[in-house]
Design a protein around this ligand. Structure first.
Ligand SMILES: [Cu+2]
Length: 314
């Protein structure tokens, strides 16, 4: 592994003050200063009568995962992930999905009411090449879930993924962070930075070989700190994290220097998410800093799943 395979700050230890703070939180696990429970038991909200229209077009693009790392991507609207689909619980979401590509595409989501004929897993809810389909979703719960292609098993690996964010009507104000964790197929890169010579181990000039998983594990479609925009927060200001795992492998979401109470009441700073699972949680930053955030599987962090959480002083 080359030295640049280790993200900046990988060896920086959290200051002692944070350990002390953590100990206090263990004693008062549900106090507001230690993070906030993810929310009350799931509540079904009434229909709002509102309809949100979403236009999606399948596009095959060369997606820049990082400098000189170009992926032959299948996308919704040209990006990995596709646009955040945003609604309030009780809204009706009408999605028109056009498919000018040469492969089938669909859209499927979780925890939402829709007709089986709009599931995205079978015809007629699959847009064949040249077709446009319409699906209607009625989310009744406040939540964050993935949406993704279900026409082929390749679609998710190629980039047909995104997040559906459903707000509670009475949601309290917070800084929102949407995190889509996914995995890319090493065979589908059109271009990668130089790789080490298998005999000499030498890296060509300009090369940035970062291990056998390089650029394969992405946060919002991007890999490594230089390409993933940092999450921004402020001491004392509520942060709501909406994390969706929609790749091939399980991931964790570990935020250095912070802690929150998970939905099951556990105090944590690292949650595990299998493919197709999701978590929404809140925390209130207590200490400023340029904190590391990453998946805790070492090969995934080495492969790109690492960025920063920049917390400004109050
Ligand atoms: Cu991971």
């Amino acid at each position: 592994m080359s030295s640049d395979a280790l993200p900046t700050g990988a060896h920086v230890r959290p200051p002692r003050a944070i350990k002390a703070l953590g100990a206090v939180c263990m004693l008062t696990a549900l106090s507001a200063s230690c993070g906030t429970p993810a929310g009350p038991a799931p509540r079904m909200y009434p229909l709002t009568g509102r309809t949100r229209m979403v236009e999606l077009t399948a596009q095959d693009v060369r997606w820049e995962v990082g400098p000189s790392a170009i992926y032959n991507a299948w996308t919704y609207n040209g990006t990995i992930p596709g646009p955040v689909i945003d609604a309030v619980a009780g809204d009706r979401i009408v999605i028109r999905l056009s498919n000018p590509t040469a492969h089938p595409v669909s859209i499927h989501t979780h925890l939402v009411e829709f007709a089986q004929s709009e599931d995205g897993a079978d015809l007629p809810s699959i847009a064949m090449p040249g077709q446009t389909i319409t699906v209607t979703w009625t989310p009744r719960y406040a939540m964050t879930v993935p949406y993704h292609d279900h026409a082929t098993h390749e679609g998710v690996r190629r980039g047909l993924v995104g997040a559906l964010v459903v707000h509670a009507p009475d949601e309290r104000p917070a800084t929102e962070h949407v995190v889509v964790l996914s995995d890319l197929d090493s065979a589908e890169f059109a271009q990668l930075p130089g790789v080490a010579d298998p005999v000499t181990g030498m890296i060509p000039a300009g090369g940035t070989f970062r291990g056998p998983h390089q650029y394969m594990h992405v946060i919002n479609g991007k890999a490594y700190e230089e390409s993933i925009a940092p999450y921004m927060g402020r001491v004392g200001s509520l942060s709501r994290w909406r994390v969706v795992s929609i790749g091939v492998e399980a991931h964790t979401w570990h935020i250095h220097g912070h802690r929150w109470v998970d939905a099951d009441g556990t105090l944590t700073d690292n949650i595990q998410l299998s493919p197709g699972t999701y978590r929404t949680f809140e925390l209130t930053p207590e200490l400023p800093g340029n904190w590391m955030v990453h998946c805790h599987f070492p090969n995934h962090a080495e492969g790109g799943m690492v960025t920063r959480y920049v917390v400004a002083p109050q």
